[in-house]
Design a protein around this ligand. Structure first.
Ligand code: ADP
Length: 524
């Protein structure tokens, strides 16, 4: 229902918020009713005014989507009213549609000069009237939506700025070329520079190594934001500090914007440096302590080496004198005394064997400290065979060999391995069979596998691991030996990162194999 000039008509069809107001100004009640009747169906708020003065009062405190203004009115005509409406700030841009009965050029000219949006000629054709007013309603509604959107944006921006301000770290928003758009107050504090001076400046002024992240248009952009880069940050007073910097690129309508978050990591760096120094100090102390221990260890080894050698001499005297005693006083000693003397000699001999084993082990240990050399295995084997020449001759053994490679080790220790293995191959020969020994080497998975094959008595497979243990012997008293040769071989090859093993079957001969890694350069 339309209301009187001082009140507003509310159409029930639409919610109040989405409705706009239309001011209808005419001194004729009849005309107003006619206009109302036509426009009511639009569902907007129709406000009626019966004079120019009343119309001016309405535009004082309300916004209208359009004003339909009768030209011919007593007191103040439509044109005068329009002039006053235009002179007020609030209603300066409100579209005015003049209502007139005359098609006069003078009217039209004056009206358009006053900024008329259109002319409506009486008598009105309802459809034309409605459609013309509808256009202005639509315009008003659109600008209302735009105003609301602008308000939403303004609030969002306000929130964003508040968040930026509240951030505990310095944050700079810039274009891709580094031109600063926005900074928070932490930037002012950290860099000692006023915000006004920074807006429009280049971010490289603060971070000379700054560069826009490269992956801003790919999914990697998210990952990029987590990468902390270290840069030097320059302060306004000429000072600088180490900074941890993150970039977060954001594609906006204005183009790419980059948020650069900057943390002063002076304390972190200081802590890192002191940890590094502590570690260095620790390493130095560990290395000093290690060489001290090595030195003591070597002294002990040399001492034990000398003792194990020197003790054998008096021990031999004990054996000789005990045996001499036995021979000289044979008639005066009974059988029991003879037996006791035999036990004494046997015990002393066992001690001698132990001392010899200890001495040889210490010798191998001592060799370990020497730098590795590239050893020509052919030459080394040649020397080992020379040392064994009388043994080979005495047994009538046939020793054959394939060409052997060069490997990183110690010549003296490798010679010991060859000598022990060839000596065993001849010692554990089969009765009635000419002993045959063959030496060869093949390269496999980065190491050289050496083989010493014989046609001797062989061993039962279940003993093949045991024989490398200290003093472990399978063939008791029939063959001389102390059971330390293979232990020494294992100790030697293992110190080069190699292994030793045997393949055999009883009466089928044996093959001893050992490996030594094949390094191109001297291993450390
Ligand atoms: P030793 O020969 O002084 O007894 P080793 O440590 O050299 O000590 O050998 C340990 C044992 O392994 C030997 O006692 C022997 O029983 C067995 N053995 C070593 N080499 C061979 C071989 N070529 N053929 C058969 N048995 C062997």
């Amino acid at each position: 229902m339309p209301e009187t000039a001082s009140s507003v008509a509310i159409a029930p069809a639409k919610p109040a918020t989405s409705r706009v107001k239309i001011l209808l100004v005419d001194d004729s009640e009849e005309n107003l009713m006619a206009l109302e009747a036509v426009l009511e169906t639009l569902g907007e708020q129709l406000v009626l005014a019966r004079s120019g003065t009343e119309a001016l009062r309405q535009v004082l405190d309300q916004d209208f989507a359009a004003i339909l203004l009768d030209v011919k009115m007593p007191d103040m005509d439509g044109f005068e009213t329009a002039q006053l409406i235009r002179s007020r700030k609030r209603s300066r841009d409100t579209p005015i549609l003049f209502l007139t009965g005359y098609h006069s050029d003078e009217h039209l000219l004056r009206g358009y000069n006053l900024g008329a949006a259109d002319f409506l000629f009486k008598p009105f054709v309802p459809e034309i009237l409605r459609s013309k007013v509808s256009v202005f309603i639509e315009l008003a509604r659109n600008s209302q939506i735009q105003r609301q959107q602008a308000e939403v944006l303004r609030k969002a921006e306000q929130k964003f700025r508040a968040l930026l301000e509240a951030a505990p770290i310095a944050m700079i928003i810039s274009h891709e070329d580094g031109e600063i758009v926005l900074v928070n107050s932490r930037v002012e504090t950290v860099f000692g520079q006023a915000r006004e001076d920074l807006i429009g400046a280049n971010v490289r002024q603060l971070l000379p190594d700054w560069r826009a992240p490269v992956n801003h248009d790919s999914p990697l952009a998210v990952a990029e934001a987590f990468i902390l880069r270290e840069m030097i940050a320059l302060k306004n007073d000429g000072g600088f500090f180490p900074a941890g910097v993150n970039f977060s690129p954001l594609q906006t309508e204005e183009g790419l914007l980059i948020t650069t978050a900057i943390r002063d990591i002076t304390e972190v760096k200081r802590a890192e440096e002191s940890i590094r120094r502590l570690n260095q100090d620790l390493e130095r102390r560990v290395s000093e302590r290690t060489s001290e221990l090595r030195r003591i260890n070597e002294q002990l080894r040399q001492f034990a080496y000398a003792i194990s050698h020197d003790l054998r001499e008096p021990l031999r005297m004990v054996v000789s004198y005990t045996q001499l005693l036995g021979q000289r006083y044979r008639e005066r000693l009974d059988e029991h005394a003879q037996q006791i003397m035999d036990f004494a000699v046997e015990g002393a001999m066992r001690i001698d064997t132990l001392l010899r084993a200890l001495h040889e082990c210490l010798q191998v240990e001592g060799g370990r400290e020497q730098p590795l050399e590239l050893v020509d295995c052919d030459a080394v084997l040649g020397r080992s065979l020379e040392n064994l020449a009388s043994t080979i001759d005495a047994a009538g053994a046939a020793v054959t060999r394939d060409p052997l490679p060069s490997v990183w080790c110690h010549a003296v220790l490798l010679a010991r391995v060859f000598q022990n293995l060839v000596e065993n191959a001849i010692k554990y020969r089969r009765d009635g069979v000419t002993p045959g020994v063959h030496l060869s080497a093949e390269r496999k998975s980065g190491e050289w596998i050496f083989s010493v094959r014989d046609n001797g008595i062989g061993m039962e497979p279940q003993h093949l691991e045991r024989i490398f243990g200290l003093f472990k012997r399978l063939h008791g008293r029939r063959y001389p030996g102390a059971g330390i040769g293979l232990t020494l071989c294992a100790k030697i090859v293992e110190q080069y990162g190699g292994r030793i093993w045997a393949e055999s079957a009883l009466g089928q001969g044996s093959t001893f194999r050992f490996s030594i890694p094949d390094y191109e350069e001297r291993p450390r």
